[in-house]
Design a protein around this ligand. Structure first.
Ligand code: F6P
Length: 412
């Protein structure tokens, strides 16, 4: 039988997804599964990230099963489980992981995740010799992929992670839609965007027409706050239809006049197993400061899980296929402890295997916005960042009511 001659017949590959979901996770799983199966692997799905390798394990067989890669989220489920001892959970659960890798006969593990999930994978590779290949994922787009953005002869170290293109597209559309309600009420809308410590996702609101933006990379202390409020007033008064959309990252630090302190706004006092707090609510604080100090009506809108929700968009679909091709290369070379990445920022038609490479998982970590991407004085993203986004999202999206009515003066 032909399949007996496949390279990895009799071997098993496990896939897991950890951390916050994205619309491109099922797409990544589907493409990795399909390609690994072509090489002869039996493909197992480990459910709820590293948690699926604890206790008795929670593993499903994905080989030859139907799979819908356009459906967002992850059919393998996700969790923020850290197998290594942490403050929140001091127990070392690595022996349980090793035991289940053996019990389920997993020869290679593909860990789809951000810095936390892949960080744990990297440690298992380094300390226990587990054969892992990392696969990038994060809606925050802050996992260091060493992807170069060529702009006007300059080379900028940027990031491109599956999930971000779909999330950014959704946020661009949401922002464009908010324009109609902002205009109808001559309001300022303060749109809060997830992204934890990084402003990459917040920037995509500018492709949907947001005029100003605040990012976690630059805090708004007492002096900056006065300057920011002046900018808000001026931009609002200059706007033709007296309205404004300000995108603010959930992780921006904002000066509180009452406490005389510049700090984050948290949604809860809980931290996860990787020590991350949960942000939420800074848009409400900023909107009420604008209303109280400038006398302009402002409303907060938390975009929440919207960027993470819904279908995988076409850019992400092709990006995950391209990176899965590189996984095949790594599997064939038996080159573990690596993560496939896109080597340069490209448009949709250029997403091909010759634009991929792989990086050592030891060098991943988090990558904040490059300084070329944000204009600190103007409180907005630069044209350089908009150029980065145009590669991924295409043209900016705007809604516009095209008509203006002539003013009628009373007869008397
Ligand atoms: O890291 C991804 C992310 O979506 C962050 O942008 C956000 O702060 C966090 O996860 C939310 O986590 P949870 O899904 O646990 O509420």
């Amino acid at each position: 039988m032909a399949h007996k001659h496949k390279f990895y017949n009799g071997k098993t590959l496990g896939i897991l997804t950890g951390g916050g979901d994205t619309p491109a996770l099922n797409s990544s799983i589907e493409f990795i599964r399909n390609r690994a199966a072509l090489l002869g692997y039996k493909v197992y799905g480990i459910r709820r990230g590293w948690k699926g390798l604890l206790g008795n394990g929670d593993v499903v067989d994905l080989t030859n099963q139907p799979y819908d890669g356009y459906y967002g989220g992850t059919a393998l489920l996700s969790s923020r489980t850290n197998p290594f001892p942490t403050k929140k959970n001091p127990e070392n659960r690595v022996p349980q992981i090793l035991n289940n890798i053996e019990r389920y006969g997993l020869d290679v593990l593909i860990s789809i995740g951000g810095d936390d999930t892949n960080g744990a994978a990297k440690r298992l590779y380094e300390t226990e010799g587990i054969k892992v290949i990392g696969f990038p994922k994060t809606i925050d787009n802050d996992l260091r992929t060493q992807t170069i953005h060529h702009y006007n002869g300059k080379k900028i170290e940027a990031v491109l992670c599956p999930g971000f293109p779909s999330g950014a597209k959704g946020l661009m559309e949401l922002t464009a839609h908010l324009r109609t309600t902002a205009e109808s009420h001559s309001r300022i809308i303060v749109l809060e965007v997830m992204g934890r410590d990084a402003g990459w996702l917040t920037g995509s609101a500018m492709m949907g027409g947001a005029e100003l933006a605040l990012v976690p990379e630059y805090e708004i202390n007492k002096e900056r706050k006065d300057f920011f409020l002046e900018t808000v007033k001026e931009t609002y008064m200059r706007s033709r239809k007296k309205n404004l959309i300000i995108a603010v990252a959930e992780g921006v630090k904002w000066y509180d006049d009452v406490k005389d302190k510049t700090d984050y706004v948290f949604a809860s006092s809980e931290v996860d197993e990787f020590g991350h707090p949960r942000f939420g609510g800074v848009s409400g604080v900023i909107a009420s400061d604008i209303t109280n100090k400038l006398g302009i009506e402002a409303r907060a809108q938390i975009s929440g899980y919207y960027p993470r929700a819904g279908k995988c968009r076409s850019y992400d679909r092709r990006l995950t296929a391209t990176l899965a091709d590189k996984v095949v290369d790594l599997l064939l070379r038996e080159d573990y402890g690596q993560m496939p990445v896109i080597s340069k920022i490209v448009t949709f038609p250029e997403l091909e295997e010759f634009n991929t490479t792989s990086i050592d998982m030891g060098s991943i970590g988090n990558k904040p916005l490059p300084e070329e991407y944000y204009d600190i004085q103007g409180f907005k993203f630069t044209d350089v960042y908009l150029n980065f986004l145009e590669h991924i999202l295409g043209k900016p999206e705007r809604l516009e009511f095209k008509y203006d009515f002539p003013i009628v003066l009373p007869k008397k």
